[in-house]
Design a protein around this ligand. Structure first.
Ligand SMILES: [Fe+2]
Length: 255
């Protein structure tokens, strides 16, 4: 991995992330949840962003767009399908788009579900994924603009990335997600151990991210639609993978 990362908290539970390529000196920001903590991170790291990669239009991901653009004259890249709702957007992307950064290129993965135009940014060389509000540690985003099969397809695409890929998400929701995960997958030893680690990290006020695709495949119920134990617990042995996913999402909404 060549890209360096600085992750910090914004608002209540949003993550801000700066990524930096030491060779070229280039810095990018993933989403812009809040101006002050982002400025503090720039100050602390000395990494001045020239690029802002937006994942979706929600206010807690774009609020600081215009202020940061004014201060750093950075280029704002975001999903074509949501361009009208993204302040200051300069360039739009969709499935398969590539965004040059330092010595590599981010590959854009179209991941609708939480919003209809949500995109994730994958850096295959550095093995990094920024999945914002699509894939969370032990969870997935709420279905605010799409039906469950749409989110299922998006998650399936992310689940197919190399297992060692480090995953950075939009929010620190992991503890609540772990408590829910244990209700549908209670006998999963790897999940039990992870839940304990998460409890300890949160008790110390530490972040639970990044995670990896491999860790999520082993413990995140929203990617474990094919698992026989989970299917048995739900009474859905013969359902389709998408149906199992939809049921788990519904239960989490009512948890
Ligand atoms: Fe969101």
């Amino acid at each position: 991995m060549t890209i360096k990362i600085d992750q910090f908290m914004c608002r209540e539970d949003n993550f801000g992330v700066l990524i930096h390529d030491p060779e070229s000196g280039q810095t990018a920001l993933i989403d812009a949840p809040q101006e002050a903590p982002i400025l503090a991170a720039v100050e602390r790291t000395g990494w001045k962003p020239s690029l802002l990669l937006i994942t979706h239009h929600h206010a807690d991901h774009v609020e600081a767009n215009l202020a940061l653009k004014k201060r750093f004259s950075l280029k704002i890249v975001g999903p074509e399908a949501e361009k009208a709702k993204i302040p200051g957007i300069d360039e739009t992307v969709g499935e398969g788009s590539r965004v040059p950064f330092g010595g590599e290129q981010a590959e854009v993965i179209f991941t609708p579900g939480h919003t209809a135009g949500h995109v994730s940014y994958h850096f295959p060389q550095s093995k990094l994924l920024f999945s914002a509000d699509t894939l969370f540690a032990l969870g997935c985003g709420r279905l605010l603009e799409c039906a469950a099969p749409v989110m299922y397809e998006s998650l399936r695409n992310l689940a197919a990335l190399p297992p060692e890929t480090a995953v950075y998400c939009g929010h620190e929701y992991t503890l609540a997600n772990a408590r829910f995960a244990l209700t549908v997958d209670p006998a999963n030893k790897t999940l039990q151990e992870r839940a304990k680690r998460i409890e300890a990290l949160r008790a110390e006020g530490k972040p639970t991210l990044p995670t990896t695709i491999g860790e999520e495949l082993a413990t995140n119920p929203f990617l474990r639609w094919a698992d026989p134990e989970i299917r048995k617990n739900l009474g859905m042995e013969n359902a389709s993978d998408a149906e199992v996913f939809a049921e788990i999402r519904k239960r989490k909404d009512n948890f």
